[in-house]
Design a protein around this ligand. Structure first.
Ligand code: GLC
Length: 751
């Protein structure tokens, strides 16, 4: 039952809308510039009401629950605020929507936006972790379920997907993206498709918002909000494709980034917002700023004051001002003084009204506000089951060494009577949710130790923190060591808390925070079998641990079902299959380090001094892009190609046979890379051009086939147009970017 307010006004409003819509056939309600209802509203709106549709203000949350500033409440009533973010739950949003629909002059419904980045209430793994699943079905389903749960809680817009490519783990927001690789831009498309599901008026979906446009993931020195400076070639070839993928998938909105690019802050960049976004990519949706990023044009030094900032943003193409109140304060004055054309405002208002129309809000402003549905959907079994699967598939097994008694994992639990879990993440239920945990709360999450106790109810499982995230307190070291020595197996649960990655969380050192490494060495030297599990929102520099740990697992921040997923992996009930979507450096000094680097004119030669290298570090990463272990043993046959000389019309077919020679059924991500040996421009050593995730039972074999055409060989030529060139190529197929077999082929000269 929808909460219907028998207030005569809304009743008339709904009658009017229904009679209006039923009176016209589809084609009639869509006039030249959109639905007639928009035309009729535009004709009635005052300039203040128009600017209100371009204004987005935040709700707040106190311990007492949601709070909205009184001034914002007033603004909704007087039509000066048409959009709210960070407001959720049906009860609260219904109240706000009622005010807008029943108490404002024109009754235009509100948009309700929120950062549903990896789950709303049921939290899934942080996006960098989920990207390591390489599981396209899973990733789309996560977006779909997150949207379903959030929509059931009264939201209709999410500020997701974040698609900023990043090759710099000093930048804390690598946790929100899908890693370093451009080919994995397909993830952006999957997330938009999952979020919007092809029908914005479906009350189980949300409007997506692809962010942060553009190239926010490449701040100098990895420092958040810092200058981004790159060549147009690198921008178009590496950083732009994921935004294109999201827009081509129909993303309803785009968010401008805080950073400057090509010397202009994105929020004031006519080149980015109009020439690229509108004209080149044909984006017709709403462009919203990031939080107060119009105001920030003043400290950026491109506007002398906020009034000028408003003018710059509007002329660049910004439709909606998030939280800055700059449009709210200055746009009318700018129109009255002739500084900006009212038509620019009309265009933006139409886009916002069109979005509300597409969401079905004009037909029924309470479409997303159904308390019964909220009860059924939020934290449902469907959500909790998916949170488990997503966590299982995102957790990366980095080491599983053959020790005195064979490999530690999967555990032969019969060997162990007493298991000790030590570290700040042993009993943790909060930080495992990651930096954008939305409405998630620890009361629903499962800690590592809880998961182990559920899995092994008859085992003696002890846990203690032993060391804090950042504290220098060693007082619990002796007790921890004593407990460890009294155990048969130790699990170290170490890493970052949720504030150490995400926004405004750049780090210059990527070691385990605080004195956790010291603690780890103390326990590792106990002589007991030790499994190390790292929880973080970014790659950390863990070369010592990778040497000393018998087994090393990178859990990222797995979300609500953390403990169950890890217990399934440790027990062997789930065979880990994740592969890194971002390179793990040995040390910070190597950054930026990524798999698709170029050869240089002096590639490293051990015996040659004057070659590209460090005196104090290897060139190679600690763990490469695409790397991850499992419990199965997958054997790759040599690559077979159908021809080694192709014309531009040919398809090169490359085949490998993968056999599971181990005793565990499992999944393998078979990766295809290509190298253009000689080009009119330098070309990367490898570029990911395809992958296939396959499942094999013990002893089973499968043929994996990759079809390669000239479109896989394209790159931006001297004239910045995509071209392919004849010549020699290498193709690589393997289990990571550094563990491949290869085959050569040549592309014939064009006729
Ligand atoms: C933040 C983030 C952005 C988020 C927005 C609203 O500053 O940069 O990703 O969507 O504000 O919370």
């Amino acid at each position: 039952m929808k909460p219907v307010h028998f207030n005569i006004r809304s009743f008339i409003y709904i009658l009017l809308a229904i009679s209006f819509l039923s009176a016209c056939s589809n084609k009639e309600i869509t006039g030249k510039s959109g639905p007639k209802i928009i035309d009729s509203l535009m004709a009635k709106m005052t300039i203040e009401e128009k600017i209100g549709q371009m204004t987005l203000f935040t709700s707040g949350w106190d311990v007492t629950g949601p709070v909205l500033r009184d001034t914002y409440r007033e603004d909704i009533i007087n039509g000066k605020c048409g959009n709210i973010f960070n407001a959720h739950t049906v009860a609260y949003n219904t109240e706000l929507q009622r005010i807008a629909v029943e108490e404002s002059r024109l009754g235009i419904p509100l948009l309700f936006g929120y950062d549903v980045i990896h789950g709303y209430k049921t939290i899934f793994p942080v996006p960098i972790g989920e990207a390591c699943s390489w599981d396209t079905v899973l990733i789309e389903k996560s977006a779909r379920l997150a949207a379903k749960e959030a929509a059931a809680a009264g939201l209709n817009w999410t500020f997701n997907p974040m698609v900023d490519i990043s090759r710099d783990p000093r930048w804390g927001r690598v946790s929100e993206g899908s890693g370093e690789d451009t080919y994995l831009s397909i993830i952006a498309r999957l997330k938009v498709r999952g979020t919007q599901n092809g029908d914005l008026s479906d009350p189980f979906t949300l409007a997506a918002c692809v962010k942060h446009f553009a190239a926010y993931g490449a701040p100098q020195a990895g420092r958040d909000y810092a200058t981004v400076d790159m060549s147009m070639r690198v921008f178009r070839e590496i950083y732009l494709p994921p935004y294109i993928a999201a827009i081509d998938a129909g993303a309803a909105t785009v968010m401008t980034s805080f950073n400057e690019l090509f010397g202009v802050p994105a929020t004031a960049s006519y080149f980015l917002l109009t020439e690229v976004l509108r004209n080149e990519l044909n984006f017709k949706g709403v462009i919203v700023t990031d939080y107060t990023s119009i105001n920030e044009l003043v400290p950026h030094g491109v506007a002398k004051d906020e009034k000028e900032a408003a003018e710059l943003a509007l002329k660049a193409g910004v439709d909606m001002d998030m939280q800055g109140a700059v449009y709210y304060n200055y746009l009318k004055e700018l129109v009255d003084s002739g500084k900006v054309d009212l038509e620019l405002i009309n265009q933006s208002v139409r886009r916002v009204l069109q979005l509300k129309y597409d969401l079905g809000l004009f037909k029924d402003p309470y479409l997303y506000l159904d308390a019964m549905r909220e009860k059924e959907v939020v934290l449902s079994e469907e959500m909790m089951a998916h949170s488990l699967e997503a966590a299982q598939k995102s957790i990366v097994l980095l080491e599983n060494k053959v020790g005195k008694t064979g490999k530690l994992l999967p555990l032969d639990i019969s060997k162990y009577k007493k298991i000790t879990v030590l570290g700040p993440l042993a009993d943790n239920k909060l930080d495992i949710l990651g930096s954008w945990m939305a409405a998630g709360d620890q009361s629903n999450s499962v800690s590592l130790s809880e998961g182990l106790k559920r899995k092994f109810p008859d085992k003696n499982i002890q846990s203690m923190e032993g060391v804090g995230f950042m504290s220098e307190d060693r007082s619990a070291f002796p007790g921890s060591l004593a407990l460890a020595k009294s155990s048969d197996l130790i699990i170290l649960a170490l890493g970052e808390d949720y504030t150490m990655s995400g926004e405004a969380a750049s780090r210059t050192e990527l070691d385990l925070p605080g004195i956790q490494s010291e603690f780890a060495n103390l326990i590792l030297d106990s002589g007991k079998p030790v499994i190390v599990i790292i929880f973080a929102g970014r790659p950390l520099t863990i070369s010592d641990l990778s040497q000393k740990a018998d087994a090393l697992i990178y859990a990222w921040q797995p979300g609500t079902r953390t403990g169950d997923a890890l217990a399934d992996i440790l027990s062997g009930d789930f065979n880990p299959s994740a592969k890194l979507a971002i390179t793990f450096p040995y040390n910070v000094g190597q950054i930026p380090i990524y798999y698709s680097m170029k050869n240089t004119g002096r590639p490293y030669l051990e015996e040659e001094k004057y070659t590209s290298k460090y005196l104090d570090s290897p060139n190679e990463p600690l763990y490469p892009f695409g790397y991850g272990l499992g419990y199965s043993d997958f054997e790759y046959s040599p690559i077979v190609i159908n021809k080694s000389l192709i014309s531009e019309k040919d398809t090169l077919i490359a085949k490998v046979i993968i056999k599971n020679t181990g005793k565990y059924a499992g999944e393998e991500v078979v990766q295809l890379y290509i190298r253009d040996m000689v080009g009119s421009l330098t070309r990367p050593l490898k570029e990911l051009k395809g992958f296939s995730k396959i499942y094999l039972k013990p002893g089973e074999s499968k043929e994996v086939v990759f079809n390669i055409t000239v479109s896989d060989l394209k790159f931006l030529g001297q004239d910045m147009k995509y071209i392919y060139e004849p010549g020699d190529f290498m193709l690589f197929i393997g289990r990571s970017s550094m563990d491949t077999s290869e085959a050569e082929f040549r592309l014939k000269n064009k006729k």
